[in-house]
Every structure is written in C-alpha cells, then in structure tokens.
Design a protein around this ligand. Structure first.
Ligand code: ASP
Ligand code: MG
Length: 418
C-alpha cells in the first residue's frame, strides 16, 4: 500500500468540529487507496496552558515531569482523532510515543530521535488497520521516561515518520495555505509558492518565516522527504499548498524565491579590540558559553587615531536577538575583566532588523547583491551590516524601515510574478 503522513497542527484540531474536519481529509486519502499515518499536535493553546501549570507548580521543575505533563495534550487529540475515524467506519487506533516506540535521547524538553522501529505499526496495517494516529512532539528516553522534542516539535515527528516508513509525501496541515514569497501582512503582493527547495525553506524557516519548525526541514532535506504545506480550512486539490522538495524537482527557479525578515535583532560593536590571534575565539567563546546566539559577524580594521601607535586594532561587530543583549554584555565584560581580551568601548544598537533575500538561483546569477542594495538605496534605507551565503543575502537595517525594505525587495525581484 502507498503510504502518506498527514500532520495536523494545533489550530487544525482546536475543537471537536475541527477534528472532524481533519478526519474527513484523512478519509479522503484512505478512499484514494493510501494507508495513512496521522500525526497530531495538541489543541491550540493547550501546550502553553500545560507549560504554565508546570511553571506555577514548580520554579525549578524536574524536566522529566515537565515532559510528562506537557506531552499530554497530544495524547488527547490522538485518541479523539482515532475515535472520530472509527465513527466514520475507518479502522484506526492511536499511538503514544512509548507504544511505537519513538526512541529519543534523554534530553528532556529538547530530545532528538534515535530510532522509530516500524514493526508495531506495520503489524497493525497488515491486520487491516488503515490509519495510525500518532501523538506528535513526544518520545521515549533510554531510561523509559517520556520526552518531548521542543516547541513546534510535531512537524519534526511527522517528517521522521515519513522517512522511517518511506511515505510518498508528508502533508503538513496548518492554518495558512502555503509558503509565501514574503509575509502577506507586510506585503499585500506576497504570492503563494507552488514549490520551494529544501535549502530555501531552511533559510526562510530559520530567518523567521514561521511555517515549519527548522528541524523538520533539516530532517526532510536529509532524507529527501517531500513535504507539502496545506491549509486545513480549504478544499485540497493536487495543486494545493506549497511543495517543499529537492531542487531537482523545480524546473525553473527564480533568482530570489523569498524575502524574509527578523524584527527582534540587536547589534553590538566592540571598538578597538587589540588584534592578535585568538581574540575572535575569546570573544565568541565567551558569548557561546553564555548561550548567546550570535548571527552576523563583521570584523574590520579599526582606524588608528594615533599614527604612532603601532599596535593593530580591530572593530568587531555582531548581531544577536534583542533579548540576549544583557547577557551578552555581562559575558563580554566579565571575560574582558578576566584579561581574555581588551577593547576600548562597547556600542549597542537595539533598534535594528534583519532583512534577507533567499534563492537557489543566486548560485548561478551575478549581480543579485547589487540589485538588492540598489533597491534599498532607492528607498534611502541605510545598510549597517551585510552577510552573504551561497543562496542568501542578509542586511541589518534600522527597524523602522523593515516593512519598507521588505516591500521594496519584493518589488525589485518581481516576486509578485510567477
Ligand atoms: N504542541 C506542541 C507545541 O505547541 C508541539 C507542536 O504543536 O508542534 O509546541
Ligand atoms: Mg507548529
């Protein structure tokens, strides 16, 4: 039997009527001849409520009990979905993580998959079951305790099952009808993409286009799992949604596929850092030890105000999430006080945003950066930091120009046209 994985997010199973609506989508695929593995999230808002209950009960909670509580939302929706399918006459049953078993590491709250043995579920399909409804987001540690994968983790559960069972496709049912060229709330000209390459999706996901959990896309790319993002609230046809796939499946790719943004960025600059081998390692080592997520890094020769001063100096600029600025400052000041490096002053700018253009077509096209910078210049947007990779160019700009920049770039690369 050909097999499909269908994943329903929190808004798609938010109440009994929506669970019924989702079950009908499953029924349609069963009628087309598929065996189906359904992965469910908790009802929307449920996981937040459970996390809140844990935090109210215990400040320094035992992570194993956190997982025991927080994983339970998915158990409810899995059971209800199985019941609804049975009511429709479809042989179905629910599976909690430990029953499959979904073997993970013991990193509670952030567990990673170790293996998903197929035997138990395959045996049920052979007995005539048509649907296995699996609770997303959870697993089993080697110690026999329940684990969770980190927020948004049921996308990753879905991809892992699609890989383990060799599914024809993994459909992610959500409350948007696909992946867009940019955020439609920022640019009304945003257009739904029919297809997008794994690598592009990975850049867009990690850049703040919050459609899929980044880890799920990484896993899909590694195992070449074709992912389709579709809306639960529309009639699904063969052309619905966005297919996230290998770039070989995309015949004609545009230079730029999407414009992403991230609003809560900050920029820090260490001025006149004494320049010698090992300073970058010392600075970013201290930041890493403090758990700061550094993104863009630029190192520049510092202007020597005293030409007689023969010692070399460098300016070190980096970007980080706004809410990590205090932690970063503390880490730098402590490391400098401990003599690990020296600098003249630390400048922080918390009013910046990052805007990026992404596209695999960039690999074979020149002049993409120039076109991007010209579009920003035409709007008088000043660029503070630039970084590039093979398929992405990112700039840091004043946050107040973020919307303008996204719109200008969307126009400049004609993303409204197919
Ligand atoms: N229910 C979990 C969460 O809200 C997992 C998921 O929905 O992906 O994070
Ligand atoms: Mg989600």
């Amino acid at each position: 039997m050909p097999l499909l994985v269908m994943k329903f997010g929190g808004t798609s199973v938010a109440d009994l009527a929506r669970i019924e609506n989702a079950a009908k989508k499953v029924q349609a695929e069963v009628e087309r001849g598929y065996d189906v593995i359904v992965i469910v999230s908790a009802m929307s808002g449920k996981t937040n409520e459970l996390v809140g209950w844990v935090e109210q009960t215990s400040k320094l909670y035992d992570a194993r009990e956190y997982d025991a509580v927080v994983s339970s939302g998915e158990n409810v929706t899995a059971g209800l979905m199985a019941l609804r399918l049975q009511e429709m006459g479809i042989p179905a049953r629910s599976w909690q993580g430990w029953q499959v078993p979904i073997n993970t590491t013991s990193a509670h709250g952030a567990a990673r998959f170790v293996s998903i043995p197929r035997d138990n579920i395959d045996a049920k399909f052979r007995e005539g079951f048509k649907v296995a409804v699996v609770a997303g987001f959870q697993g089993l540690s080697p110690e026999g305790r329940i684990t969770t994968l980190g927020r948004g983790g049921s996308d990753t559960t879905a991809v892992a099952f699609a890989a383990a069972f060799g599914a024809e496709r993994c459909d992610i049912y959500t409350d948007v009808d696909g992946v867009y060229t940019t955020d439609p709330r920022i640019s009304p000209k945003a257009r739904k993409l029919d297809k997008i390459a794994f690598e592009e999706m990975l850049e867009l996901a990690s850049l703040g286009a919050k459609v899929l959990q980044t880890r799920s896309v990484e896993l899909a790319m590694r195992y070449k799992v074709r992912l389709r993002v579709v809306s639960s609230f529309e009639e699904v046809t063969d052309n619905s949604g966005t297919l996230v796939c290998d770039e070989d499946e995309i015949m004609e790719s545009k230079v730029v596929s999407g414009v992403a943004y991230s609003r809560d960025e900050a920029k820090m600059t260490l001025l006149k850092v004494e320049d010698r081998p090992g300073v970058a390692a010392a600075i970013f080592g201290a930041l890493a030890d403090a758990g700061v997520n550094v993104d863009m890094i630029v190192q520049n020769i510092s202007e020597l105000d005293n030409p007689d001063d023969k010692r070399a100096h460098t300016d070190m600029t980096f970007s980080l999430p706004t809410n990590q600025v205090d932690r970063a400052k503390k880490a730098i000041e402590e490391a400098a006080a401990a003599g690990k490096f020296a600098f003249s002053s630390l400048v922080t700018d918390t009013d910046v945003a990052k805007v990026s253009v992404v596209g695999i077509g960039m690999r074979s096209q020149v002049g993409v950066a120039a076109r991007m910078f010209a579009a920003l210049a035409a709007e008088n947007v000043n660029i503070k930091v630039i970084t590039t990779s093979e398929i992405k160019i990112s700039v840091l700009i004043d946050r107040k120009y973020m919307e303008l920049a996204v719109q200008a770039l969307h126009d400049a690369f004609e993303l409204d046209k197919a």
